[in-house]
Design a binder for this molecule. Sequence first.
Ligand SMILES: [Fe+2]
Ligand SMILES: [Fe+2]
Length: 198
Amino acid sequence: MQKVSFTKMEEGTAKEYAFLDELELQYKSELADRLIDALTKLNGSLSGYQISRLDHSLQGATRAHRAGEPLEIVMAVLFHDIGDELATYSHSEMAAAILRPFVSEKVYWIVKHHGVFQMYYYAHHCGGDRNARDQFQSNIWYEDAVRFCHIYDQNCFDPSYDNEGLDFFIPMINKFFSKPKSDDKEEVARYGNNKLSD
Ligand SMILES: [Fe+2]
Ligand SMILES: [Fe+2]
């Protein structure tokens, strides 16, 4: 079979879906490559800053790695701004959604809200509320998010920092994204469509 014959999903057969499953499996196995490509494209963006968005991400991930953080934190830092190009107004959520099957709920939550926590460092200079993060003060992961942003994000715009290159992280990326903790179907079965509170 090269292609299925149906034009509406409801008309597909078990044989056709088995065929599509095989292709989907192959596609899933190439996720790490697609993520590396997307990361590479962050080179050059972040106009006005002293370093590119890719170097910002590499600098944060290098700091996390050198501090002995677990792999899920290193990967979360490396990909925390991956959504900037397409999800310009909601980049934290996009990065969190990409990481979600591979990380703990805590790390998912931190990445999802890092944009708000980052406001603490600049929003008062441009008419925003630097304390917007206070709305999450009662959350069990509040301090973790504060720490994440303080030591692996807001301070990672230094052109003199000797960060590792992307090549250094590629084996980690391949390993980390080779197998999700759970796939979509399991997530939905467990949590429905509204898994975590904001
Ligand atoms: Fe960000
Ligand atoms: Fe960032």
